[in-house]
Design a protein around this ligand. Structure first.
Ligand code: IMO
Ligand code: MG
Length: 423
């Protein structure tokens, strides 16, 4: 299929970076459609670790990367990411295009988010504090600054004037915190335009042309379905729609042209930030997995919360995304267990629950129902064919497939390129 979406089916960090990197080898174009630098997609090349936040992961394969209209961009981060990649031999200049419709994350977004998280106290969402939510708020409130606004100095000054005077009122009177200087923001943005201006365009046209020429386009989802603002565990979600359907609006592409949806899921579950997490494991077991699995946020460095595989979560994701197949990652991390609990359903107030609840108050009352699947107790990180996996590891994968209702297309057994099994 020429247009493929890779989407996270849990709470982010499913290994989308690794799966995109694998599929990007065969793609012409890799495109981000939502989110911002709250994402952290990690790829190891030999002993070198690369974590990209805004630039599509395909850049590591030398593929043209598009930053789509549905994204929110912190240009300071983008310039740092570009410099970091370039210093390590990855050519970025000339290899990215940025949608003129993408919204910008500005200094006041980060300040306001920090204030709001403090103010929420024990109801804090545990955001990445990258200004994501406030930037999407401004987009919805129709006062955002978009990439295309940087093109003309007068337009930019005019728009900034209006929005900054409003933000300063808030900062001064509501949050009692220092205000921001519109001239500084203006000048910084003009410098950014000098740097990135040539890459700014209507990226939807590039996607259209590529598909018309029969090229392969890969859409790189960020975060995960459970962090989707409409379908995730609201309000403990991000402020965009990671769902595959967002490719259409976030890129400007007919939904009829999205050919294939590959869902990614860890062989267990993790989440960073607050919110209910039915299969969260005891901290003692989680601690034993955290170091070997590298279970620390690649954006914020926070220790991830870890739980058993939850089929209720991934089944809901399979339905919402229309998953054609599932890529299971980090299977090797389960090698230490004699028996592996898999959540096959929930019970709430003594009753069986058939669908993952939309309301977190209900989710918080759900008790996971576990089935114990036999563990394989061996190192599988060198296996490259499904048939060569220990029978019990095959059994684990097949059971997930059955519970989720989507065929498994990939199994990843290590962080290095090549440590993957294609079915
Ligand atoms: P990748 O693409 C894991 C989580 C944050 C927080 C919530 C809201 O690497 O899978 P935000 O800053 O987006 O307003 O925070 O969403 N979150 C992620 N968790 N992986 C991600 O991205 C995430 N992006 C956001 O931890 O709970
Ligand atoms: Mg991540």
């Amino acid at each position: 299929m020429p247009a493929t979406v890779v989407v996270g089916s849990q709470w982010g960090d499913e290994g989308k970076g690794r799966v995109v990197d694998l599929l990007a080898a065969d793609a012409d174009l890799v495109v981000r459609y939502q989110g911002g630098n709250n994402a952290g997609h990690t790829v190891w090349i030999g002993e070198q670790k690369f974590a990209v936040h805004l630039i599509p992961t395909g850049i590591l394969r030398g593929k043209l990367g598009l930053l789509g209209a549905g994204m929110v961009l912190d240009l300071e981060t983008l310039i740092e990411e570009e410099a970091e990649l370039s210093s390590r031999g990855i050519q970025v200049a000339g290899n990215i295009r940025i949608s003129e419709n993408a919204h910008l994350i500005l200094q006041y977004h980060k300040l306001i988010e920090a204030e709001e998280e403090e103010r929420r106290g024990k109801r804090a969402i545990g955001t990445t504090r990258r200004g994501i939510g406030p930037a999407y708020e401004d987009k919805a409130a129709r006062r955002g600054i978009r990439m295309g606004d940087l093109r003309d100095g007068d337009t930019l000054a005019d728009k900034l004037d209006a929005v900054v005077s409003y933000k300063n009122l808030l900062l001064k009177n509501v949050y009692k915190s220092p205000t921001v200087d519109p001239d500084r923001i203006y000048n910084d943005l003009r410098v950014m335009w000098d740097h990135f201006g040539e890459a700014v365009c209507d990226t939807s046209l590039i996607v259209r042309d590529a598909l018309e020429r029969g090229q392969k386009v890969l859409f790189e989802g960020a975060h995960g379905t459970m962090l989707d603002i409409d379908w995730g565990t609201y309000p403990y979600v991000t402020s965009s729609n990671p769902l595959a359907g967002e490719v259409s609006a976030g890129i400007g592409l007919s939904p009829k042209l999205i050919g294939r949806v590959v869902g990614t899921a860890k062989a267990y579950t993790t989440r960073v930030g607050a919110g209910p997490f039915p299969t969260e494991m005891e901290e003692e077991i989680a601690a034993s997995m955290r170091d070997p699995g590298g279970e620390f946020g690649s954006t914020t460095g926070r220790a991830r919360r870890i739980g058993w595989f939850d089929a209720m979560v991934v089944r809901k994701s399979a339905r919402l995304n229309g998953m054609d197949s599932l890529a299971i990652t980090h299977l090797d991390e389960l090698g230490q267990f004699e028996e592996i609990p898999v959540c096959v359903g929930y019970r709430c107030d003594g009753e069986a629950v058939s669908e993952f609840p939309n309301q977190i108050e209900e989710l918080a009352r759900c008790e996971p129902v576990y089935e114990k699947v036999a563990g394989w107790r061996t190192d599988i990180s060198e296996v490259t064919r499904f048939a060569d996996l220990p029978e019990k590891a095959q059994g684990y994968v097949r059971r997930i497939e059955e519970l989720v209702g989507a065929p498994v297309s990939h199994v990843l057994v290590g962080r290095q390129r090549g440590q993957d099994i294609v079915l």
